[in-house]
Design a protein around this ligand. Sequence first.
Ligand code: PLP
Length: 401
Amino acid sequence: MDYVYGPGRNHLFVPGPVNIPEQVLRAMNRNNEDYRSPAVPALTKTLLEDVKKIFKTTSGTPFLFPTTGTGAWESALTNTLSPGDRIVSFLIGQFSLLWIDQQQRLNFKVDVIESEWGEGAKLDVLAAKLAADTDHTIKAVCIVHNETATGVTNDLSLVRRILDEYRHPALFLVDGVSSICALDFRMDDWGVDVALTGSQKALSLPTGIGIVCASPRALEASKTAKSLRVFFDWKDYLKFYNLGTYWPYTPSIQLLYGLRAALDLIFEEGLENVIARHKRLGQATRLAVEAWGLKNCTQKEEWFSDTVTAVLVPPYIDSSEIVRRAWKRYNLSLGLGLNKVAGKVFRIGHLGNLNELQLLGCLAGVEMILKDVGYPVKLGSGVAAASSYLQNNIPLIPSRI
Ligand SMILES: *Cc1c(COP(=O)(O)O)cnc(C)c1O
């Protein structure tokens, strides 16, 4: 294959997969091991304990599946629900659309609550549905915390408040693929029953681990849930946890060592500092977009995402052309507009192992590419807006204080 890398670094600014830190790359560069030796369960034990911290749960039970976010979705659904179960799900962009498609193909009856792309989940409609559902026919509420296609973050604490207000027992299932480990996420405080993420997003690992975390209620539900499941069955994992944290099938040893290193880096920085860093990166990006005179796809401030910004381009520009040329000319990888917003937005992913100066490099590249495609931008305008904000807000590096 005549793939040409070009000099220097690729500026990877798609909202997943993201940059892998050197420490993680090195930790994974190792030989295979006998996974039945005592070394592996000793490692697994630390991973299961520490993964709970990124979900902010003490009562949850995590499962590390060799899969992607899509497999984690399937695990969450099939372990807790039975075919024909009524569930409520919000359609706000491409990732929620794909999850709903999976829910329908798994034979759940899905009440789809649709929003315009760029808007958040319509929680008032959820409230009305729960209020009307006095027989408790709704078995689960499914929501994507951060819709990666449009850069919209939903308020999960509000979902919990609505469920509580109507004393509704529906399970609360959350896709946290582009939020957990980057945005404020609190599994226990928000009474989330199943939360899930994928390794290639904020955790900054290669693709290949789907992390699913189940509340005690979800574990209880799994005892009677009738959906067909084999590979993703929690029961098989629980059996091996009871044997001392061995695995039901061959674990990816290299990825487990990578996860260890990734968690160590996150805890060294401090999870709250990681979240604060994402807030800075999100705010700096939005300031740049504003300075360019462009609009954010996200319609209201309350939904602004600190992990991805979808930028609307004027109708005379094809956003796919921006993405194509940014890669060809500047070695900058931006996210395409997906489905309904294809051609209309390009996305800047600002999640994972990333710092402010890297982001400024990306913003400088975006300015040049905008000019290349005929958008009248003043070079340096977005970078200036972002850097003057960052210069006032970047703290010392936590490990160097
Ligand atoms: C990336 C992503 C997914 C899909 O994950 P895969 O690892 O590609 O299967 C699901 N949900 C959200 C919100 C995502 O950002």
